[in-house]
Write a protein that binds this ligand. Structure first.
Ligand SMILES: N[C@@H](CCC[C@H](N)C(=O)O)C(=O)O
Length: 258
């Protein structure tokens, strides 16, 4: 049986995208998902996303990490799914969709997607790092010399050593100026550095604001795959109206044999 697929990328975080409104893809097959995401034996991607029907919103996003397991929220994947929904004519310029962490709103202008993220009220500030959940769990740590930093080795050590079996995504950050940060992320579920992680970028912006490294409410975060912006409001200890903004593009389409 063949199933049409599309490939999308958001600042280099890449996804296999399948229109599953007619249940064409059997989703309880972790081995199939991981093989499709394999860069040598499959299509190659950081994750696979199913766009499905939803009673409450325009569509539902079901996200799998490259290891084949269903993941927590994916910010770049969410932005790419909005672009895919527009391509399929499910939405025009605004969307409401359901993800694993609840309902999200988004707008799209050409290939630029602004995705509203869930509120964040708990940020754990530790002596040399922060931990917060922006839909997915994130460790945020300032480092010097980010370009040469051993992201894979250090990220893997922390992901398994500090956060137990369930683990965490690990972000290493360097401040570039009052409003701009660079980040490199070791992604749980991909078990490698990815070129960009949207929930990670969101976590970095909030963590840097929380610790007073930046005073602005619109932060630019430079990833290995391009720039993203995070806008937010802070009220007491809670960050709300958080938006992750940046490009999401279709790269190619094809068919998979399942
Ligand atoms: N690439 C994603 C993050 C996906 C979540 C993560 N891998 C996990 O399950 O912990 C993003 O853009 O947010």
């Amino acid at each position: 049986m063949t199933v049409p697929f599309y490939k999308y990328q958001g600042t280099g975080n890449d996804f296999i995208m399948i229109d599953n409104r007619q249940s064409v893809f059997y989703k309880n097959n972790a081995k199939l998902v991981s093989t499709l995401c394999d860069r040598r034996f499959g299509i190659g991607a950081d994750g696979l996303i199913l766009l499905e029907n939803d009673a409450l919103s325009h569509f539902k996003m079901v996200y799998f990490n490259a290891d084949g397991n269903e993941g927590s929220m994916c910010g770049n994947g969410g932005r790419c799914t909005v672009a895919f929904a527009k391509y399929l004519d499910i939405i025009a310029d605004t969307a409401t969709f359901t993800a694993v962490d609840g309902i999200h709103e988004a707008t799209i202008d050409h290939d630029r997607v602004s995705l509203q993220m869930q509120e964040v009220s708990e940020i754990r500030v530790k002596p040399d790092c922060l931990f917060l959940d922006t839909g997915s769990p994130h460790h945020v740590q300032l480092v010097k010399g980010l370009a040469d930093f051993e992201v894979f080795a250090e990220g893997r050590k922390l992901r398994y050593g500090l956060y137990g079996k369930s683990g965490s995504n690990i972000n290493f950050v360097e401040q570039l100026d009052d409003t701009t940060f660079a980040v490199r992320t070791y992604e749980r579920g991909v078990e490698n550095e990815t070129l960009s992680c949207g929930t990670g970028v969101t976590a970095v912006a909030l963590a840097m604001h929380k610790t007073g490294k930046t005073k602005v409410n619109v932060v630019t975060v430079k990833t290995q795959g391009g720039d993203l912006m995070v806008e937010f409001e802070q009220n007491g200890g809670t960050y709300r109206n958080i938006h992750l903004i940046g490009p999401a593009k279709q790269v190619f389409k094809g068919e998979v044999t399942c």
